[in-house]
Ligand binder design. Structure first.
Ligand code: HEM
Length: 148
């Protein structure tokens, strides 16, 4: 449908430089909720600032992983259920590292922020609505992984 076309079109403009756009997303995420910073620890080492985190190679790997998951979901718009099991497991892993399911709303806000920055005037209310619904479906699948 129309919403799927809007998502594909807009993602095309983002997916060309995933790391750059992923960094916009996570910079916003740490602005909105600095308490998420301590959840990212590599070799038990905590980052002392968002800036330090945002420039660490291991964290940049995570940024790329997030963008890859969204990319996979966009590729499976017609049959998101193919990814359900994967996303459920991904949810479990995030619960295990201490992520609260509510934090995925803040991630959603940051995703919309990134899309707005990237798309400029092309970020219409239709595009926003399409992404909100789509992201909601991805999170719904990930939520299945919590507490089961
Ligand atoms: C793994 C944190 C959101 C995708 C991880 C890890 C941490 C983490 C600590 C393990 C270390 C690592 O692989 O870097 C968080 C936090 C988030 C968040 C605090 C936001 C509150 C997301 C989102 C996605 C995602 C929105 C994708 C939609 C992944 C993937 C992995 C991962 C694919 C690797 C899982 C594996 O090893 O199989 N995350 N994450 N993360 N995260 Fe996230």
């Amino acid at each position: 449908g129309r919403q799927r076309a809007l998502i594909r079109e807009s993602w095309q403009r983002v997916s060309g430089s995933p790391e750059q756009h992923g960094l916009v997303l996570f910079t916003r995420l740490f602005d909105l909720d600095p308490d998420l910073l301590p959840l990212f620890q590599y070799n038990c080492k905590q980052f002392s600032s968002p800036q330090e985190c945002l420039s660490a190679p291991e964290f940049l790997d995570h940024v790329r992983k997030v963008m890859l998951v969204i990319d996979a979901a966009v590729s499976h718009l017609e049959n998101l259920s193919c990814l359900e099991e994967y996303l459920c497991n991904l949810g479990k892993k995030h619960q295990a590292v201490g992520v609260k399911v509510e934090s995925f709303s803040t991630v959603g806000e940051s995703l919309l922020y990134m899309l707005e920055k990237c798309l400029g005037t092309a970020f219409s209310s239709d595009v926003q609505e399409a992404w909100s619904k789509f992201y909601g479906a991805v999170v719904k699948a990930m939520r299945q992984g919590w507490d089961t």
